[in-house]
Design a protein around this ligand. Sequence first.
Ligand code: NAD
Ligand code: 6OH
Length: 484
Amino acid sequence: MKVFQNYIDGHFVRGSREFPDVNPADGSVIGQVSEATRDQVNAAVDAARSALKQEWRKYTVPKRAALLHKIADGIEARFHEFVAAEAADTGKPESLASRIDVPRGAANFRAFADLIKTAPLESFRTELADGSVALNYAVRKPLGVVGIITPWNLPLLLLTWKVAPALACGNCVVAKPSEETPASATLLAEIMAEVGVPRGVFNLVHGFGPDSAGEYLTSHPDLGGITFTGESTTGAAIMRAAAAGVKPVSFELGGKNAAIVFADCDFEETVTGLTDAVFMNTGQVCLCAERIYVERPLFDRFVAALKKKAEELRLGWPSDQTTTTGPLISRSHREKVLGYYELARKEGATIVTGGGTPHFGDGRDNGFYVEPTILTGLTESARCVKEELFGPVCHIAPFDSEDQAIALANDTKYGLAASVWTNHIKRGHRVAEQLRAGITWVNCWFLRDLRTPFGGAGLSGIGREGGMHSLNFYSELNNICVKL
Ligand code: NAD
Ligand code: 6OH
């Protein structure tokens, strides 16, 4: 059976114990994951520190950029292996992994390779009262060793989104993928070895969070910074661990994202767009819309149309090209989501569609599928309207005025993403600007230009990554002031 090993200082190494990697489509064990010990995490950080002082220091920006392109080439050369690994670990349709996760994994390296080559330096000419002049210019240096902790929903995409800019800026990294999804990260380590990334520059440790590799890494005193994507409560725990060393942190956390649908929207485009926004990746995208507010005249028609779309989704095996919707990531996550379906009933929801578990009559019955679900009729204070469910489910409520829609959308502790659907160009801009979110889409969803800022307000995170924002997080800027 496949063993997913740690990659430390250029070598694949086993930990002291193993835990199973489960395929969420049928509950089968697809491999064993080698959990890194505290000593191994320390060894990974030491390897990264010494790599910073050795060959990696001599890598100029063009040389680093060329290496990042080689990593992208390496991912593309083993495209199908990555797709299979991602689908087996997450249960997501191979068609989705082929369209989004794996191409984006490669694109992240290309985008930051290109960006670092053209990244400007700030400079200011300061004129003093005595007529003399000082010249200020900022130089970009690596933070050092960056600890990277990532979740299971888009494993390769979210890992490379951090590894690529960190390496572009000259850092070394120690990455810990989710315990649920070790496979694509391990393949990435193979690519790093294949394309000649110097040893110690990229290290990979497997394991869990508390009392395991995650905590060992984030509490390590020698990190130059920590970047994390995952749940808000985990972010809080990592922040406590980082506080002792006053480490820079970048957090991309949860969301309870709203969509506002005005009666003047392009109806078909909106229904199709929001079908993706609610159900893509079985609702396990941090940007998914879990609250939809629809202008009252359109409400019944919209609910009926989204219900039809939800019922047309095809829950199936990842390898079946007709599958649109896979299982949830794990048994425990399914219990959580089904618990919310139950809670929604207790809170007085109308279950428009779904609300339970599908039955297939084959191995998928041992997997972690749930029915795509639409709720209506909840009060705004209901837990199902306030908490992140992270499943194929949304609540739809009517509104009567633009101001009310904005107030409803903003009534959350989160602030990650939002979308506005209208053909009224001024209203689209006006509403988008008033939403408290790191990303607001108008008449689209998940349309991502890698150069744009990405992050969230409130419980959804700290800081921004994307484009120059990533380069600025993964760099220490040193302003040099020269009196002329
Ligand atoms: P999670 O917080 O449970 O786990 C994420 C990672 O943190 C895993 O690698 C886990 O092992 C590690 N971890 C857990 N506890 C830790 C600790 N105490 N110290 C160090 N590491 C620890 O999140 P998840 O369940 O894997 O992912 C789903 C969550 O991620 C959802 O809340 C979702 O909204 C969020 N998410 C946010 C974004 C974003 O960009 N804002 C993107 C994807 C997912
Ligand atoms: C969270 O689940 C998804 C994040 C997606 C991105 O960061 C992206 O840029 O595609």
